[in-house]
Every structure is written in C-alpha cells, then in structure tokens.
Design a protein around this ligand. Sequence first.
Ligand code: UDP
Ligand code: MG
Length: 332
Amino acid sequence: MKPLVSVIVPAYNEASVLEAFHARAGAVFERLDSYRWELLFVNDGSRDATQSVIDRLCARDPRVGSVQLSRNFGKEIAMTAGLDHARGDAVVVIDADLQDPPELMEEFLAHWRDGFDVVYATRIERIGETWAKKASANLFYRLMGRVSQVDIPRNTGDYRLMSRRAVDALLRLREQHRFMKGLFAWIGFPSRSVEYRREPRASGNTKFNYWKLWNFAVEGITSFTTAPLKMATYFGFIVALIAFAFGVWIIAKTLLWGDTVRGYPSLMVTLLFFGGVQLFCIGVLGEYLGRIFVETKGRPLYLVQDYQPARAERGDAAADQAAARPSALEVS
Ligand code: UDP
Ligand code: MG
C-alpha cells in the first residue's frame, strides 16, 4: 500500500485563489504518484464563497476533503482542526494563497523518507513584503531566540511536513493559546529545513495586519517564556539599590547643608516614572493572568459545522459517520 500524505490548507476568505491552488497542488500530486494524497481544506468561517469553491473541488476530485468550522477561529486553530482530521502517514501544512510553493513537497517527502520527522521550509527571500514587515519579523525571531527555552527556527512559517508520530505528539498539546511556531519547535524530533523563495500572494489580501502581528508576537512570548514576569523582579531590585544610594545622598545633603525644599522636578519625574513602570508590570501580569483564565475554562478548541472526508479515503468509521449526518454540529 502506498503511504498516504495529507495536505492541510487553512482557508479564510480565499475563494479567489482556491481553484489555482488546487490546480497547482494537483499537478504535484500527479507527478508524485508513489503516494496517495488527501487534500483537506479547513474553511475557517469564511464570509465569501470559499465553501462553495471547496464543495465544487470535493465533488470533482475524490482526493479533496473539507472541514468547515462553525466560525472564524484563526489560522492556528484552523491548522489544528486540519491536523485532527488528517489521516495521512505524513501531514503537510500549507497556506492557500500559493505563497508556499506546493512543488516543494517533493523535497519534503524525500527527507521524510530519509527518516526526518519534521521538514520545514525556510524562506531565503520574501518577495513582495515590505521592509518594515521583514525588519519586524527579524526582530521577533531574535527576541524569541533569546528569551525562550525552545529554539524556533528563523524565517520559518507554518509550511512544513510532519510524520505521523510528530503530528500525534503535537496534537497532545491542547492549549487554547496556540502559538504554532513554538509548538512545532517544542515537540522536537529529527528535523531539517528546506530553503525556498517566498512568493507574493497569488490573489486576495493578507489576513495579518500589524496589530494582529503584534498580538501574535505577544502570544509567542507569553506562551513560551516567563521572562517578562521576572523582568519586574530584576528591575525592581536594581531600582531599589539606586533609590537606597540616592536616599543616603539626600539625607547627607540635608544634614550637611540643610538644603530641604528644592527637588520638585526630580520628585515628579521619579513619581511618574515609577507609576509607569508599575502599570507596565501589572500589565505583564495581566497578560499571563488572562491566559490562565482562558485556559481554566477548558473549552473545546473549535467546533466543526461540517466534515466531508476525501472520498478516495472513505470506507472507515469516520467517513460513514460524516455521511450519515452531514451537517451535525460535531464537537472536537
Ligand atoms: N487564515 C485562516 N484563518 C484566519 C486567517 C488566515 O485560516 O483567521 C489562513 C489564510 O486563508 C491563508 C493562511 O492562513 O491560507 C495565511 O494567511 P495570509 O496569507 O493572510 O497570511 P500571510 O501570508 O500574509 O502571513
Ligand atoms: Mg499569505
């Protein structure tokens, strides 16, 4: 039996690009015919015609399956939903917008055959991305490398192949705040990278504006390191030392010269400065507290509105179930 490769495609308002994606990925599948393929689209609550395009592809191509989420949950969770439903011996996660060339899967699979559990794509160039985006991404990777215990490979997106055991390991991490780049790195296993040029989007718009990217960075840092919590401790310690020395100096000055009244500006400056520092540290605490709050609720990560397994891979219990109640709200 040929090994099954699942390709997970999270899609949010990607109606304009899915046909092109399917054509290009399909060509790759045809060429690499020593594998069976399952192309699983995860419709992350799109508001455009994405689902009807997916349905059309499902009807036309027995290798295509669809997971429709009940609303928009965000890319990280959409990917998780896809991984949950994938049945491949190897699973590839890829963006719908053709920024990740599907042709690279050939190389991924070669390395998988050589025994690597994780093969990820590293961008050597980002065509069509602004200078500011490149610089901020660079800064983020540098910072993460410094502060977190796991080594997150730089210039690496979500485009990657994982072996079945790597996927199973990843799926054991059910946290609500899913910083996938970090989770991918956390599981370990033999990994290697494949270099590629990241192309501009084939069609449609990016879903990640700067505010989202900033939140993404905060997510990464708070999910993988408690360094910001410690920052307050060290900062407070240093400031206390300086304040002590300063206090000694003021007392000495007052005793020696009786110079008591001046100093309003320095008072105001220190007051405001420490007010700011304290608010900032409370904010840092709040970031962590908020995450604990969300985590304690133990809600499911996502809800599936409709699941259609790839027809080519049907015949097992999951497929029968899905066929029996096509639009049941299924909890995962
Ligand atoms: N995406 C998603 N849910 C979201 C946002 C994005 O599933 O809430 C998908 C999107 O359809 C695409 C991938 O995530 O397949 C990457 O999104 P995008 O191209 O907008 O990000 P960028 O490449 O600009 O970082
Ligand atoms: Mg993109």
